[in-house]
Design a protein. Structure first.
Length: 388
């Protein structure tokens, strides 16, 4: 009965995503920002990728330099509707070696020139499409890995722009998880409740049978000391041996109050993860015992995006329109934005980006904020990425 419930719920969520693409307004997604050199890359739910130049004179701000609009295409999946599926972008852009890679909701993967966002190639070419893409692409050793709502993980050779494997690897349900490549293996989860480990070169399974949970797996796995840490829609957080796929000895799955969606981070001997129950949990990496949680009482809004670890700070955004910074060792409150006495900003479902002393935040209302890491004070923003 539980298995049927989770399947129907995941199907309903997938249907909501796909049906939203058939409406006149774009779906509300959760794409996050990324910085490469002096440029900030963001994308909109309507299918636009934007490059901002980060300026420091006369005062720190961002200036839009280029953009690229993903072409609107035909329907994908079970709920196709002719020529009306929004080319929305849910995954965070991946930038490497002067190229921006993006997966789109209408079933395409694009490679764009990082300096001017001119299209270099698309996969598949022409009118052909794969299933809707919710996760982010990852590039390693000349191969782009990405999951799709058609239940397949694709490996695309970025030089030839063709499949790097004989065929995509098929699971039994949608793949919303962003894959992780580590020591010649690619790890990812599926809505079929399973965690997979494949040979990154040829796509063959490394484990004889995948690790199965009681719910869908959308979280990006965290690999640490040959252990895979990830949460599931069954409201539990797991640790698995990376070589064998078996549960980590001595680690008890940690039960929370709602789904785990985002990727965890490692700090000293702890694994720290956010949950849709509105809390952040710090778990002993060896045993799974909870060492602290935030907030100590009550909850903040749902936490969907990946946490960011910056030095000794854990920084994350919440559905309640707040950005929080915590002391990673203790979970003690450090700062929040906007400050407690001020109104909240738009809901934050995307992962934030933190680097060079600045935290970049993208809201579902399609605004970008830049905050100082140490204080949470506004560096600049909000900047609308849909009104310019």
């Amino acid at each position: 009965m539980k298995s049927k419930f989770w399947f129907l719920l995941a199907l309903l969520m997938a249907g909501c995503l796909l049906v939203s693409g058939c409406l006149s307004s774009p779906p509300t997604g959760w794409s996050g920002p990324v910085v490469d050199d002096d440029a900030l890359y963001v994308s909109t739910t309507g299918g636009r990728v934007i490059r901002y130049i980060l300026l420091s004179d006369p005062e720190p701000h961002a200036w839009r330099k280029a953009h690229y609009d993903i072409p609107v295409g035909g329907g994908v999946g079970w709920f196709s509707c002719a020529l009306t599926v929004a080319a929305g972008i849910y995954g965070t852009p991946f930038v490497a070696d002067g190229v921006v890679y993006i997966g789109t909701y209408n079933g395409k993967v694009y490679a764009l020139n990082a300096s001017n966002l001119v299209q270099i190639w698309e996969y598949p070419g022409g009118e052909e499409r794969i299933g809707a893409i919710v996760g982010s692409p990852v590039v390693a050793d000349g191969v782009l890995y990405i999951g799709s709502a058609d239940g397949k993980l694709y490996a695309i050779d970025i030089a030839t722009r063709e499949l790097a494997w004989d065929e995509p690897f098929a699971t039994d349900d949608d793949i919303w998880s962003t894959p992780v490549v580590h020591d010649g293996a690619v790890y990812f989860g599926s809505l079929d409740h399973r965690l997979y480990a494949l040979n990154a070169i040829n796509g063959t399974p490394i484990w004889e049978s995948p690790f199965e949970t009681g719910g869908a797996i959308t979280a990006t796995p965290l690999i640490l000391n040959e252990t895979i840490y990830f949460g599931s829609f069954d409201r539990s957080f797991y640790a698995v041996n990376a070589s064998t796929g078996k549960a980590k000895d001595g680690f008890a799955p940690f039960p929370a109050g709602n789904w785990f969606w985002g990727q965890a981070v490692a700090y000293e001997d702890m694994i720290i993860v956010g949950c849709l129950d509105g809390r952040v949990y710090a778990l002993d990496a060896a045993t799974g015992v909870c060492k602290w949680w935030f907030p100590p009482e009550g909850q903040v809004g749902q936490i969907q995006g990946d946490l960011a670890l910056v030095g000794d700070l854990i920084i994350f955004g919440s559905e309640n329109g707040k950005v929080y910074a915590l002391d990673a060792a203790s979970g003690n409150y450090f700062w929040e934005y906007p400050p407690e006495e001020e109104d909240h900003i738009g809901p934050i479902r995307a992962s934030i980006y933190a680097g060079d002393g600045v935290v970049y935040v993208q809201t579902t209302s399609q605004e970008i904020y830049a905050l100082w890491t140490e204080s949470g004070y506004t560096l600049w923003g909000p900047v609308s990425i849909v009104s310019e």
